[in-house]
Design a protein around this ligand. Structure first.
Ligand SMILES: *Cc1c(COP(=O)(O)O)cnc(C)c1O
Length: 376
């Protein structure tokens, strides 16, 4: 009644969660194949995560970034271990904020060198967030509507079309920003060959390559970072969603030579990477590193079972999967919810599956049975 109506909420209120299950006020059980939109990577009430959070709450939640924060340093170290080269980390609170920082960093990198390069090439159907920088990077006209003018300096190319990228390069182009699998746009995968060409193009033209790993990062696709499937070497990656297991946290990782351009006072965040968020992130990262073979295995199994349904095209990797049924899928999301399966719909006709990374084959079987009923 008092909430601004910028969301159309589904008619259910969850009060408790355990593992891959959620429970509503009446005690009804739901299989959670959304994870709060790729956020609750370890599922709900994960004993180790809950313990760490409670312990940290009882010690210290927040002191600001005016002081040394050992948990931040430890988490940055763990994230860097998986990155392809030396680099540094900046912590914030969300995906949009991570992308803002990434976009600012790209501009600063070239400004510091006295170069007037500030334009970023991004991709149609991409999604980078709702703040002005990240929204301007998001090449979806319907999301810009009513909020114009967008921030200057973004050019939109077609995914998997290298010529559309080449055609946009000018002497003011600073970089290329993309998701290796577009999440909100409908689980659209980049071709490996396309990504190699983008990488080559960036190297040749002296452009920075930014990979938005807000959804694909931290194990979601079966590799720790999504870009690792393709052997590319991004200059900057951004993280959020799954990193805190439900506690808000975002991060930017930049290659050493790029990272050093965010000098003292040039950028900041009051909450960014506080003790509570970093303690959560540390547990998530430790568990996800262990879960990677499991994610690959159950991801393959899930993909196979979706293909066996023969009701549309299956897309995605690991536990970031989509089923394009070729027609509006909102109705199916509602029917699935009634039968106790939480999923969502992106890109109009794509059912999206983002189960907790701890999901087992038995849960997948359960979800497939519900899907079979509601689709047919
Ligand atoms: C969700 C998402 C964002 C935005 O993250 P917020 O935390 O909602 O600001 C940015 N990029 C990608 C790829 C996302 O999936």
């Amino acid at each position: 009644m008092y909430l601004i109506e910028n969301y159309t909420r589904l008619p259910v209120s969850f009060v408790r969660g355990e593992g891959v299950y959620l429970y509503d006020e009446s005690g009804k059980e739901y299989l959670d194949f959304l994870s709060g939109i790729a956020v609750c990577s370890l599922g709900h009430s994960h004993p180790k995560l809950s313990r760490a959070i409670c312990d940290q709450v009882n010690k210290l939640i927040h002191v600001s970034n005016l002081f040394i924060n050992p948990w931040q340093e430890e988490l940055a170290g763990e994230l860097m271990k998986e990155f392809w080269t030396e680099g540094k980390v900046f912590f914030c609170n969300s995906g949009a904020e991570a992308n803002e920082a990434g976009i600012k960093l790209v501009r600063k990198f070239f400004r510091d060198r006295g170069e007037n390069r500030y334009r970023l090439i991004t991709f149609r159907k991409g999604f980078h967030g709702r703040t002005y920088g990240s929204l301007s990077a998001t090449a979806q006209g319907n999301l810009h509507k009513g909020f114009e003018p967008m921030l200057e300096g973004f050019d939109y190319a077609e995914l998997n079309d290298i010529n559309s990228v080449k055609g946009l390069i000018s002497k003011e182009t600073a970089g290329v920003m993309l998701e290796v699998i577009q999440g909100e746009g409908g689980v659209n995968e980049c071709d490996p060959e396309f990504l190699r060409e983008v990488q080559e193009l960036c190297r040749g033209e002296g452009l920075l390559l930014i990979v938005d790993e807000v959804q694909t990062g931290i194990g979601r696709t079966g590799m720790f970072y999504g870009y690792q499937h393709y052997g590319i070497e991004p200059d900057i990656i951004t993280l959020a969603k799954g990193l805190g297991g439900g506690v808000p946290i975002g991060a930017v990782i930049a290659r050493e030579e790029v990272a050093e351009h965010l000098t003292p006072g040039s950028h900041g965040s009051t909450f960014g990477g506080n003790a509570l968020a970093c303690r959560s992130g540390l547990v998530v990262v430790e568990e996800v590193k262990r879960l990677l073979p499991h994610i690959q295995e159950v991801g393959e199994y899930f993909k196979g079972r979706l293909e066996d349904l023969k009701v549309g095209m299956v897309k995605g990797k690991g536990l970031m999967l989509g089923l394009d049924i070729g027609r509006e899928c909102k109705e199916i999301v509602l029917k699935a919810l009634e039968r106790g399966l939480v999923i969502n719909c992106t890109g109009g006709s794509v059912l999206r599956f983002l189960p907790p990374l701890i999901v087992g084959k038995e849960h997948i079987d359960e979800a497939i049975e519900i899907l079979r009923e509601v689709i047919q």
